[in-house]
Design a binder for this molecule. Structure first.
Ligand SMILES: NC(=O)c1ccc[n+]([C@@H]2O[C@H](COP(=O)([O-])OP(=O)(O)OC[C@H]3O[C@@H](n4cnc5c(N)ncnc54)[C@H](O)[C@@H]3O)[C@@H](O)[C@H]2O)c1
Length: 317
């Protein structure tokens, strides 16, 4: 297959890129090294790592740039995997227009360019954040998600609505993947696990927002990648799938586990809950198991151990 992969220099994107290269696919990567969350050099390192698995075309292009994108979305493509976005709940509260510009308007452009090129297969990154303060657990794809509590969540919900509209009007296959907190080697440095590992390794205080009883369904990067690839292989009209880790972990337990793996007792600084943060995420995997054969394999301990191994070679400055 020839696949256009947006956001391929990012954390999840570079891991998906490696999986595609291992399968022998021809990949065209687009990334603008957008720096709202973290610096360009880390993304260049991700691409460097991916290059050790094979060759791919790379274009430093902003997905909002219609002219450049229309030159890349050609009839030779078999599919688009669209992961480029500004992620992160908290920064979205200050930067809602940017989040909508990149996550929504540019996605609409991509769907439209794909349609014009006769392309039928799209896999898009959504997020577990669409579930907001959902109190029904576990969170199922059929739950009402029309009550987002951050601009980031709203942008991903809008992406799903756009995708459904696209399929209603034009047919084809658009799958939106609700990733549940992804972790592992190359995780974005502003994400909690990466920050906690860094602070504990340096013997610095770990800010703990809330009483430690907030909980997340953490998903190891290899499991997410297997879900993305399974989705690519199973086009089925408009679809939404949860991709989670199949286990919920409380924040205090997470910090203690990282401490054990790093070999240092964490020093905890208790802080109030942050606006936009949700108390719990918990994926119902019934649909993704049945339709994608998705089956997350990595325990939290094994995933954190792999991340720690990576951290020690990569982050030592
Ligand atoms: N990491 C998670 O836990 C998580 C959870 C839910 C959803 N997601 C979604 O998964 C996707 C990948 O997330 P990630 O954690 O790898 O983030 P990331 O920031 O590492 O990757 C996103 C990539 O998109 C690129 N990008 C941003 N704006 C762009 C633009 N205008 N033009 C071209 N490229 C642009 C960035 O440079 C970056 O390399 C995102 O859509 C994110 O919203 C991630």
């Amino acid at each position: 297959m020839k696949i256009l992969l947006t956001g391929g220099a990012g954390f999840i994107g570079s891991a998906v890129l490696v999986a595609l290269l291992k399968r022998g696919e021809e990949v065209v990567v687009v990334d603008a090294f957008e720096e709202t969350l973290y610096p360009r050099w880390r993304k260049e390192k991700n691409l460097e790592w991916a290059r050790t698995f094979g060759d791919f075309e790379f274009h430093e292009v902003d997905i909002r740039d219609a002219d450049s994108m229309s030159a890349l979305v050609t009839p030779e493509l078999n599919a688009i995997i669209h992961l480029a976005a500004v992620a992160g709940v908290r920064p979205s509260i200050e930067k809602a227009p940017l989040y909508f510009d990149i996550n929504v308007t540019a996605t609409s452009l991509l769907l439209e360019l794909g349609r014009k090129a006769g392309l039928e297969r799209f896999v898009l990154a959504s997020s577990s954040s669409v579930y907001g303060n959902n109190t029904k657990v576990p969170f199922a794809e059929t739950d009402d998600v029309s009550n987002p509590i951050s601009p980031y969540a709203a942008s991903k919900y809008a992406l799903e609505v756009l995708s459904k509209t696209h399929v209603n009007l034009h047919g084809g296959h658009v799958s939106c993947l609700r990733f549940f907190t992804v972790y592992g080697p190359r995780q974005r440095p502003e994400m909690a696990m990466h920050k906690f590992m860094d602070l504990i390794a340096k013997g610095e205080a770990v800010p703990m927002f809330g009483d430690g009883r907030t909980a997340r369904d953490y998903t190891y990067i290899d499991d997410i990648v297997s879900g993305v690839i399974a989705t690519l292989d199973r086009p089925d009209g408009f679809k939404v799938y949860n991709l989670g880790g199949d286990r919920v972990v409380h924040l205090d337990e997470l910090i203690a586990t990282i401490g054990r793996i790093v070999g240092r007792e964490p020093v905890i600084q208790k802080l109030p809950m942050q606006p936009g943060d949700v108390p719990l995420t918990n994926a119902d995997l019934t649909i993704s198991r049945a339709e994608l054969g998705y089956d997350p394999q990595t325990t939290l301990e094994a995933g954190l151990e792999a991340m720690w191994q990576w951290y020690q070679t990569f982050e030592v400055r």
